[in-house]
Design a protein around this ligand. Structure first.
Ligand code: HEC
Ligand code: HEC
Length: 293
């Protein structure tokens, strides 16, 4: 009887622990939505097509849960380990996905949110937002030199952002003959436009940066959609102007190096040859003198 009671006690204690544990650990679908918006939406949609990364609609049918948990924490590790699906996705998109050291519960809530169709990702249409959207669209489709110049000035710090955020060139560089060099702290963005899938990809990263240092910089000084559009156009232009640019430069450098080496070699050869002749002649003269003495 005593044994029985102690068993019941144990089971009770265990189940209380479990309930508390699950209670704490279970995040709501609202948490999933928030996490998705802040950490994933800059590169993924749910049912709205591919942007920087793949559309995640139906991902739980395509991949098993275990795989998803591991991939979201570190896609890099999966690729390094030779996981064929991770490698195939990476080869298709060419851009690595950053690692997300999220808890199991957080990842679970994100996956549940995606499974639920990503409801609530769209903002309700309000007239002000709609007008802004129209304006932004017309900036992009207009693609005027004036807009590109605005993007160039904002990026390089020759004009100030409305909300006073730091210029991008503090951390990034874009190859541009008319402007100085930007920072080398973060990735060179000269060809970011192609690399990140065009306007949608760049816009996502500027407005919802998934990188901690960028997030922090613009948290209280967000870049506006209009400003993002100007920068997108600037990226588009520099990307076009600089395709294969660095490769040409490399070849010019190698050719110049080879030519320099050749000239040096010829110069040394001539000097050495002259010296050799003179000393031989000198030797002969000396010998003759000795003989004639
Ligand atoms: C900076 C952009 C970026 C962010 C932010 C990002 N991803 Fe990704 N994601 C990618 C890219 C690019 C790929 C495809 C290339 C690869 O597999 O590495 C990808 C692939 C995936 C895949 C595999 C899809 C497939 O078809 O196999 C899943 C799942 C995924 N991401 C989930 C997430 C989740 C969840 C988040 C938020 C926690 C997130 N991603 C945040 C860029 C991103
Ligand atoms: C405080 C430094 C900082 C500032 C300022 C900053 N970024 Fe970034 N940015 C980063 C870091 C760090 C990354 C992560 C990638 C890396 O390691 O370079 C990044 C990544 C990016 C990427 C993705 C690059 C890729 O190919 O994956 C884009 C696009 C980008 N930034 C655009 C901008 C734009 C546009 C601005 C200005 C509005 C800006 N950044 C300002 C630090 C910064």
């Amino acid at each position: 009887m005593n044994k029985m009671i102690s068993k019941i006690k144990k089971v009770l204690a265990l189940s209380i622990c479990l309930t508390v544990f699950i209670g704490i650990k279970n995040l709501s679908s609202q948490d999933g939505a928030n996490l998705f918006k802040t950490k994933c939406a800059s590169c993924h949609t749910v049912g709205k097509g591919r942007t920087v990364g793949p559309d995640l609609q139906g991902i739980t049918e395509k991949r098993n849960i275990d795989w998803l948990f591991k991939f979201i924490v570190s896609s890099k590790q999966m690729i390094d380990k030779g996981d064929p699906e991770a490698i195939a996705t990476f080869q298709e998109f060419k851009t690595p996905m950053p690692d997300f050291p999220l808890s199991q519960a957080e990842i679970k809530s994100i996956i549940e949110f995606i499974d639920g169709g990503g409801a609530g990702l769209e903002v309700k249409v309000d007239p002000i937002a709609e007008a802004l959207q129209k304006k932004v669209d017309s900036i992009i489709t207009g693609n005027s030199n004036e807009s590109i110049k605005k993007g160039k000035d904002l990026f390089n710090g020759y004009a100030q952002f409305v909300n006073k955020g730091a210029s991008c060139a503090v951390c990034h560089n874009v190859t541009d003959n008319n402007y100085g060099h930007g920072g080398l702290l973060a990735k060179d963005l000269t060809n970011a436009f192609t690399r990140l899938g065009g306007h949608a990809g760049i816009k996502g990263i500027i407005l919802m940066p998934p990188f901690p240092s960028m997030q922090e910089t613009y948290l209280n000084n967000p870049v506006t959609e209009e400003e993002a559009a100007y920068i997108q156009l600037y990226f588009q232009q520099q990307d076009k102007l600089n395709t294969a640019g660095p490769i040409v430069q490399k070849w010019v450098l190698i050719a110049a190096g080879a030519l320099g080496f050749l000239i040096c070699a010829i110069f040394i050869f001539i000097l050495w040859n002259k010296r050799k002749k003179r000393s031989v002649n000198y030797e002969i003269i000396k010998r003759q003198n000795m003989v004639s003495k």
